[in-house]
Design a protein around this ligand. Structure first.
Ligand code: PGA
Ligand code: ZN
Length: 405
């Protein structure tokens, strides 16, 4: 059995030009695997703690690397138990989630290499997920809130090509709609800026107008809004300015006026009552669980908060961001719990990203119905690589299926 022969971390720049951690784990057979850490800008109050990148690199190289030396690469659970011991606090407030997570992810890659199976297959085999599946992308085409310097309060305006068949077709549609939207917005605002995630960041008259532009762009690109492609919005309510306050009725009217299918963080993380009230209204208006009500800052990937939220009927979907837990085992435990509670899980990037594509394999290996990784903007390689990884897997699975016949 292979053993860890080195762990070496360094500081790299993320897509926003901020410092983040990249590390490499090597085994005694000479195999190596790297992993790098994303970071958010609308950070939930209950999220795991991310420490300064330099401090994390220092902890990895001086504390974790010597502690993990010669540890056998025998199982994810054993590796992750050892990593958790470096900081047993639930929020990793001493050492930082960015000090331990990368080692867990790189070790997963090394173990999948050792087993000669793709990473998504390895994840599926240890996760208890019923099988693989390719997620439908939620493309964030318009950036607002804390992700842009424009006047929009809502953080993300998304399109979801739920009515199209293959992942490849979904990305093609996303690109066509993204570029159609660019032309439409240029007529409104000739100097339309680009936000943190690579989506457009226009100044508009109202927040709702952004959803209307998405519908126009879907039509302009030749698709049917409401059947081929539906809409999603992340309000990121915990990060809204105090001048903005939304009511249950405001959101009900968004669902009435637009082909809106998914709504994330409509209320702040402690406002359980309004979440439950909205969920009840939506179930009555549109049919039980026929829309996604997604907890991001509400749940922060915490099993305790997820359990409370599901008991209260506050939401029916959870966002899974890899850096909200310390290790892969904890991420998978949360996904499993969501599945047991009949809660959808959506694997998500962060606004600050790297070229790491672990999340794509995570989405496939846990059969996530959706993935949120930004716009399919060719100028945003840190987003594009996530989608390209899934296209690669789609081709791999097609070849395997063809060979079986
Ligand atoms: P963040 O945004 O990465 O800045 O937290 C993503 C989200 O809120 O979904
Ligand atoms: Zn969010």
């Amino acid at each position: 059995m292979a053993i860890i022969s080195s762990v070496a971390a360094r500081v790299i720049s993320d897509s926003r030009g901020q410092s983040t951690v990249e590390l490499t784990v090597t085994d005694d057979a000479g195999n190596l695997a790297t992993a790098s850490m994303p970071s958010g800008s609308s950070i939930g109050k209950y999220e795991a703690v991310m420490v300064d990148a330099e401090a994390a690199v220092n902890s990895i190289n001086t504390v974790i690397a010597p502690g993990m030396l010669r540890v056998p690469l025998d199982s994810q659970a054993n590796i992750d138990t050892r990593l958790q011991a470096f900081d047993p606090t639930p929020n990793r407030e001493h050492i930082g989630v960015n000090s331990i997570l990368g080692v867990s992810l790189a070790a997963a890659r090394l173990m999948s290499q050792g087993m000669k199976i793709p990473l998504y297959h390895y994840i599926q085999s240890i996760s208890g997920s019923p099988g693989f599946s390719l997620p439908t992308p939620m493309f964030n085409l318009i950036n607002g809130g804390k992700h842009a310097n424009n006047n929009l309060d809502f953080q993300e305006y998304m399109i979801m090509p739920t009515g199209l068949k293959t992942f490849h077709e979904k990305v093609e549609a996303g690109k066509k709609i993204f570029y159609a939207l660019g032309s439409i917005l240029h007529e409104v605002d000739s100097e339309v800026a680009i936000g943190y995630e690579g989506g457009y960041a226009p100044n508009l008259n109202t927040n709702e107008e952004g959803l209307g532009f998405l519908v126009q762009a879907i039509k302009a690109a030749g698709y049917v809004a409401g059947s081929d492609v539906v809409l999603g919005a992340d309000i990121a309510a915990s990060a809204l300015p105090s001048t903005y306050s939304a009511t249950v009725e405001n959101y009900e009217s968004l669902f009435e006026n637009f082909p809106l299918y998914s709504l994330e963080d409509p209320f702040p993380e402690d406002d359980w009552e309004h979440w439950s009230e909205l969920k009840k209204k939506l179930d009555t208006n549109t049919g039980a669980n026929s829309r996604l009500l997604v907890g991001d800052d509400l749940f922060v990937g915490s099993q305790e908060r997820l359990e409370k939220g599901m008991q209260q009927g506050a939401a029916n979907a959870i966002l899974i961001k890899i850096n909200q837990a310390g290790t892969l085992t904890e991420i998978l435990n949360c996904v499993n719990q969501a599945r047991q509670l009949n809660c959808w899980h959506i694997v998500s990037h962060r606004s600050g990203e790297t070229l790491d594509t672990f999340m794509s394999d995570l989405a496939i290996g846990t059969a996530a119905p959706f993935i949120k990784a930004g716009p399919p903007n060719d100028q945003a390689p840190e987003r594009i690589v996530k989608y390209e990884r899934i296209i690669e897997v789609e081709e791999e699975l097609n070849v395997a299926a063809a060979n079986k016949v």
